[in-house]
Design a protein around this ligand. Structure first.
Ligand code: DGI
Ligand code: FE
Ligand code: FE
Length: 188
C-alpha cells in the first residue's frame, strides 16, 4: 500500500485532532528511521496506520480479538490497549497488508515489548514524542531521541509506568518486559 492511500484511509476514519497526531507520527518516524537506519517507507506506512483502530467501539474490538484468537489476557486490561492489536488485524485483513514488520510495529505501539525490532522501536517512540504531544517531560525524551534510541524508549517506559502507577492502573506485562529488556542492557 502506498503512503498516500494509507493517509486517505485513516483521514476518513479519525477525527481531525487524531489525524494531526498521525501526521506528526509519520514525520517523526521518518526522521527516526533516517537517523537510526531503518526502512523509511515501512516506518512511514506503519506510522500512518498505527492508530487506525483508535475509534473502533470496544464491543467491535472485543469481537475482533476473540474471533482472531488473540490472547484472552488482553481483555483483562484497559480497552485503551486494544486498538493496537486490533489495528494490526484490520490492516492485515481489510487492507491486505502482509508485511510482518509493519504489522508488529502497529501491534506493539502502545505497550512495547521485549526485543523490539528497530521498526517497532521507531513507531513506539515516534508515537510518544511527535510534535503534538504535550506529555510532561516529553522534551527530555525528544532530546534523548536525537542520539540514543534505547535511552529515549527507556525514558518513555519510565514515564508511562509512573503515570499508570500514579492512577492505580494496571500495567501490561509487555510494558514491564520491554522496560526490563532495555534497562538490563543499559545498567545491570
Ligand atoms: O493511541 P495514542 O493515544 O496515540 O497512544 P498509545 O497507543 O500509546 O496509547 C496511550 C494510552 O495507553 C495512554 O493512556 C497510556 C495507555 N497505556 C500504555 N501502556 C499501558 C497503558 N495502559 C495500561 N493500562 N497499561 C499499559 O501497560
Ligand atoms: Fe495508539
Ligand atoms: Fe498514536
Amino acid at each position: 500500500m502506498e503512503l498516500t492511500q494509507a493517509v486517505e484511509i485513516v483521514k476518513a476514519k479519525l477525527p481531525d485532532k487524531r489525524f494531526r497526531h498521525v501526521l506528526g507520527v509519520i514525520d517523526t518516524a521518518r526522521d527516526l528511521a533516517i537517523r537510526f537506519g531503518a526502512d523509511v517507507s515501512k516506518a512511514m506506512l506503519a506510522a500512518a496506520l498505527h492508530d487506525i483502530a483508535k475509534y473502533e467501539a470496544s464491543e467491535q474490538m472485543k469481537r475482533y480479538l476473540t474471533e482472531n484468537n488473540e490472547t484472552p489476557e488482553l481483555l483483562q486490561f484497559h480497552t485503551e490497549l486494544w486498538h493496537a492489536p486490533v489495528g494490526a488485524l484490520i490492516v492485515q485483513q481489510e487492507y491486505g497488508i502482509d508485511d510482518e514488520e509493519v504489522l508488529s510495529a502497529i501491534r506493539f505501539h502502545t505497550t512495547g515489548r521485549a526485543k523490539m525490532s528497530l521498526l517497532e522501536k521507531i513507531i513506539f517512540l515516534a508515537d510518544y514524542i511527535e510534535p503534538g504531544r504535550t506529555t510532561p517531560r516529553v522534551d527530555e525524551c525528544r532530546k534523548l531521541a536525537e542520539s540514543n534510541l534505547d535511552g529515549a524508549i527507556i525514558f518513555a517506559y519510565q514515564r508511562t509506568i509512573e503515570y499508570l502507577v500514579s492512577k492505580c492502573a494496571k500495567i501490561h506485562p509487555e510494558t514491564i518486559y520491554g522496560y526490563n529488556d532495555l534497562i538490563g542492557a543499559s545498567t545491570n
